[in-house]
Write a protein that binds this ligand. Structure first.
Ligand code: 8X3
Length: 248
């Protein structure tokens, strides 16, 4: 039977790539995001297997209205991919903007839990699955990661907590935790600085949105008795740095 995935942040990057990968694998996709014209383009590209919902994931009322308005034949959701999220700013905490922190918490944490809460009954009814997009920043601190890393640590731990709460319900939950992926992520993080984004990815052979989409599809199509709890991945070119020591 054809399965349906609900993907947030499907207008670009990993979300758009996931929509493409799941449709190519025979799924139906509810693609959501703020930018209606991008969703229209996605639907034009991928066809009737895509249903689009344009709303800002951080606007709980708009998200609720969009979901409540889903046509009858799009209500059986087998998989929620909580992909929408962002990083804002690269400055250390003492120089960061509080509003950037608020926006990251609103999108990466508050919106994600609200949407999950709303769709849980449907997912339980279908013995479905949830894939949450966390980050290596959940585990490895780096300068300027502050609240972004905190939100992604929340996503990781919330995912594990969901697994406990959903014990015995047959619902799978996975936290996917990528390192460097070349998408609009860095342009957004730097407030539109394309040169900074290009410099970060230059020569690094970063992961691609399609790499993460393929990982999501793999996780979602494993035998139903198998749950990947956390999955951390990086490009070969990225690894870990040591501790820093401030000397007098
Ligand atoms: C972001 C991961 O490695 O680009 O989620 O900071 S990294």
């Amino acid at each position: 039977m054809t399965k349906t995935a609900f993907i947030t942040g499907a207008t670009a990057g990993i979300g758009a790539a996931a929509a493409e990968a799941f449709v190519a694998a025979g799924w139906r996709v509810i693609a959501t995001g703020r930018r209606a014209e991008r969703l229209d383009a996605l639907r034009a590209k991928l066809g009737d297997a895509v249903h689009t919902l344009a709303f800002d994931v951080a606007d709980e009322a708009a998200a609720g209205a969009a979901i409540d308005g889903l046509p009858e034949d799009w209500r059986d959701i087998d998989l929620l991919i909580n992909n929408a999220g962002l990083a804002l700013g690269t400055k250390p905490a003492q120089e960061a903007k509080l509003d950037d922190w608020r926006t990251m918490i609103a999108t990466n944490v508050t919106a994600l839990v609200a949407l999950t809460h709303r769709l849980l009954p449907a997912l339980i009814a279908r013995r479905g699955a949830i894939i949450n997009l966390s980050s290596v920043a959940a585990t490895y601190p780096y300068t300027g990661g502050n609240v972004y890393g905190g939100t992604k640590a929340f996503v990781e731990q919330f995912s594990l907590g969901l697994r406990s709460d959903l014990h015995g319900k047959g619902v799978r939950v996975t936290s996917i935790e990528p390192g460097m992926v070349e998408t609009e992520f860095t342009t957004i993080r730097t407030g539109g600085d394309q040169a900074a984004s290009d410099a970060l990815y230059k020569g690094a052979d970063p992961m691609t949105a399609a790499d993460i989409a393929a990982t999501m599809l793999w996780v979602a199509t494993l035998p139903p008795h198998l749950n990947i709890n956390r999955l951390e991945l990086m490009p070969v070119s990225q690894s870990f740095a040591g501790f820093q020591v401030a000397r007098a």
